[in-house]
Design a protein around this ligand. Structure first.
Ligand code: AMP
Length: 215
């Protein structure tokens, strides 16, 4: 299966993507995680991306599309993948279509995680991410770690992502509305869009998404 997850920052894309990818036995490909890995490894790509990420802006397409394509071409992704955070604008969506067409493939579904803006701000402000692995994510009230500031999974330090600060979150939401939301219509026109209400228990939302995919 080839699936795209969309939704505003704080909709729980990373959390849902991890569960869905595991259930479907396909790799979870997050461009945000790839950028953060490049930043922590000190690569040139990471250095270039960080400026945009810290401001809550999109990293330019000429950096992002190549990085996403390289990842999708890895051997573990030949039979499918779940994209989390890519595409994030219409030109990335068009580039993905072209890339898939060239290899005789197509997307199976686009899941749109729908959540209200107030909830999004609450979720992001309380989010704490593990420095060792960006996929280990907690929330001070909704999913607190057993020991404050310490990752339950690996013992790493939990921190507030630089781009989760309030000012940056506002800009990320503006960017979402102006640049990412148009891809919802793009995929609706292709008959691929499935909207999943993303309020409630994490496992309940995963169940909704899995049921939608079965159809
Ligand atoms: P995320 O972890 O998906 O919230 O992404 C964190 C940040 O990485 C975003 O706010 C962007 O600055 C950058 N980013 C991630 N994916 C993309 C993308 N597809 N296009 C441009 N920038 C991206």
């Amino acid at each position: 299966m080839r699936i795209v997850l969309v939704g505003p920052p704080g909709a729980g894309k990373g959390t849902q993507a991890a569960f869905l990818a595991k259930n479907l036995s396909i790799p979870h490909i997050s461009t945000g995680d790839l950028f953060r890995a490049n930043i922590s490894q000190g690569t040139e790509l990471g250095r270039r991306a960080k400026v945009f990420m810290d401001a809550g802006d999109l990293v330019p397409d000429e950096i992002t599309i190549g990085m996403a394509k390289d990842r999708m071409e890895q051997p573990d992704a030949v039979n499918g993948f779940l994209l989390d955070g890519f595409p994030r604008n219409v030109s990335q969506a068009a580039a993905l279509d072209t890339m898939l067409q060239e290899s005789g493939m197509k997307l199976d579904a686009v899941l749109d995680l729908e959540v209200e803006e107030d909830e999004v701000v609450k979720r992001i402000a309380g989010r704490r991410t593990c420095r060792n692995d960006g996929k280990h994510v907690f929330h001070v009230t909704y999913a607190p770690p057993k020991a404050e500031g310490v990752c339950d999974i690996c013992g790493g330090e939990l921190y507030l992502r630089d781009d989760d600060s309030e000012a940056t979150v506002r800009n990320r939401l503006d960017v979402y509305h102006s640049q990412t939301e148009p891809i919802i219509d793009f995929y609706k026109a292709q008959g691929l869009l499935v909207t999943i209400p993303a309020l409630g228990e994490v496992h309940e939302i995963t169940k909704r998404a899995m049921e939608a995919l079965k159809k």
